[in-house]
Design a protein around this ligand. Structure first.
Ligand code: AMP
Length: 192
C-alpha cells in the first residue's frame, strides 16, 4: 500500500493536487476538512460539534478527528492506499495515525509538503472565497488565524516525518500541472 500525507498550509493547493493524485494512483482520499463539511451539510452530531471550531478557523479537537479518520481507514483497507489531506494537523494526530496504521500492518510511505509563501496563501484563499461558500475563507481575521494555527500547531508535524526520513518538500508556486509533476515524481520514488 502507498500511504501519503499531503501537507501544507491552508491555500497551498492540497485539495487541487489530491484530486489529480488519487486519479493517477488509485488512492483513497481522506480529507478531514471535506469530511467535516459533509457532516455539517448533513447536520450530523459530528458536524454540529465541528462547526464552531471550523467557522473560527480553529482546530477540531484531536480525539474527534482521529476517530473519524480511523473509521475511514477501516472502510478502505482493501484499496491501493490512502492520501491524507489536511490530516495529521498536530503531532498528537501524527502519532495516532502511525498507531492506527500499525494495527493493520501498514505505515506512512512519505509526506509531500507544498511550500507557499504566506502572502500568496492569503491571495489564493481570498480568490477561493468568491466561490467556496466557506465561512472560514471569508475574512482577514479568520484567514490570519488559520495561518497562525498552522504555524503554531501544524508545522511541527513536518519535523515528525523528517525525523522518520519520510519528508519531501515541493515548491507549491507555479502551474498546477508542473507542481503535480513534482509531486508525482516524489510519490513514484516512494513506490519502488
Ligand atoms: P481544510 O478543509 O483542510 O482547510 O479544513 C477546514 C477546517 O476543518 C480546519 O480549519 C479545521 O477547523 C478543521 N479540520 C480539518 N482537518 C482537521 C484536522 N486534521 N484537525 C483538526 N481540525 C481539522
Amino acid at each position: 500500500m502507498l500511504n501519503i500525507v499531503l501537507f501544507g498550509p491552508p491555500g497551498a493547493g492540497k485539495g487541487t493536487q489530491s484530486a489529480k493524485i488519487i486519479e493517477s494512483h488509485s488512492l483513497v482520499h481522506i480529507a478531514t476538512g471535506d469530511l467535516f463539511r459533509k457532516h455539517m451539510g448533513e447536520s450530523t452530531e459530528l458536524g454540529q460539534l465541528a462547526k464552531s471550531y471550523m467557522d473560527a478557523g480553529n482546530l477540531v479537537p484531536d480525539q474527534v478527528v482521529i476517530g473519524m479518520v480511523e473509521d475511514k481507514i477501516q472502510e478502505h483497507l482493501d484499496g491501493n492506499g490512502f492520501i491524507f489531506d489536511g490530516f495529521p494537523r498536530t503531532v498528537n494526530q501524527a502519532d495516532a495515525l502511525d498507531q492506527m496504521l500499525e494495527k493493520h500492518g501498514l505505515s506512512i510511505s512519505g509526506m509531500v509538503a507544498l511550500e507557499v509563501p504566506e502572502e500568496e496563501l492569503k491571495v489564493r484563499i481570498k480568490e477561493r472565497a468568491k466561490t467556496s461558500g466557506r465561512v472560514d475563507d471569508q475574512d482577514d481575521d479568520k484567514i490570519n488565524n488559520r495561518i497562525q494555527v498552522y504555524n503554531r500547531e501544524t508545522s511541527p508535524v513536518a519535523d515528525y516525518y523528517r525525523n522518520q526520513g519520510k519528508f519531501t518538500a515541493i515548491n507549491g508556486v507555479g502551474s498546477i500541472d508542473n507542481i503535480y509533476e513534482e509531486i508525482n515524481s516524489a510519490i513514484t520514488s516512494l513506490e519502488v
